[in-house]
Design a protein around this ligand. Sequence first.
Ligand code: UD1
Length: 342
Amino acid sequence: MPSKILVTGGLGYIGSHTSVELIQQGFEIIIVDDLSNSSTEVLEGIKKITGISPEFIKLDLKNKNEVNQLFDNHPDLTGIIHFAAYKAVGESVNQPLEYYENNIGSLVYLLQAIERKGKKFSFIFSSSCTVYGQADQLPITEQAPIKKAESPYGNTKQIGEDILYDVTRSNALLKVISLRYFNPIGGHPSIEIGELPKGKPQNLVPFITQTAAGIHQKLNVFGDDYPTADGTCVRDYIHVVDLAKAHVVGLKRMLTDEQSENFEVFNLGTGKGNSVLEVIQTFEKVSGVPLNYEIVDRRSGDIVAAYADTSKANKVLGWQAKNDLEVSLKTAWEWEKKVRNI
Ligand code: UD1
């Protein structure tokens, strides 16, 4: 399949793992990234794993002229996987306009540039299970209603999906798959790439690995009085390589005209829910490192439980997560140890 694919945010956490999978499956890719939450060192990791140095362009997608120029300079692009976005929930509450400008503005400019070309184009959008809020039924299917977003970040994912849906109705040449990620964790088994949060991590697994590495004195567990088996929140933790592979499958589906509709949505998770305490215990088991943690108050905005019904992705995409929580946490820990020289 001679396809040239644009990967925006391709040096970020999920973007870099997906870039590796794309290259390994024979795609030619161009990575664009503004380096706001990544670094060019990631390119080295991608090269070490794949033996290929993908083309990289430092670009801010908020710059409409540069986005148009990018498409003019690469007329052979046939698809895009759009990862580039801000993703810190708390920050989005304090700086909503930056989130709307970056996450929505960039999406609109990309779609305008694609439309200007007047040709068939495949688009994969990074969405999130955050669009469901606290779902009324578990596991969560793609039919679950979209709840009012808890944060501007979450709202940018909902609005992004709405924009893409509207554009597929006006432009029959555009094909879209929106992938709703549950909780991506872990790193590449080669330990050449992994999650590199800038500043203090907000997400559970990088906080666990950093605490085990001695960077934080203790992990705060946000609440143990939730209506779950052990009182802590439940999430669906999916290995980032499994997640990355689903992007390639989705892309191929569009490029070979297999879609049943031009806008499709898929949940990407393992289908299994684990509590915060289960994650801690599993981490201690696979790492052999006891974790210093303390139960503290609930974090505002947290939902009780979310895990995916993955049957649509299983059936329609023929995709399934292969790695379990142990593998995911082990690779997260191996990566942390490498980064910290432990
Ligand atoms: C968060 C975002 C979600 C986003 C996702 C991306 C919120 C409310 N939601 O999901 O929109 O798509 O990240 O990865 O921020 N926890 C602790 N201690 C910590 C950190 C987390 O106990 O130091 C708990 C949380 O309360 C939660 C679980 O661990 O129960 C997972 O938290 P996190 O990794 O932040 O993911 P989400 O909140 O599910």
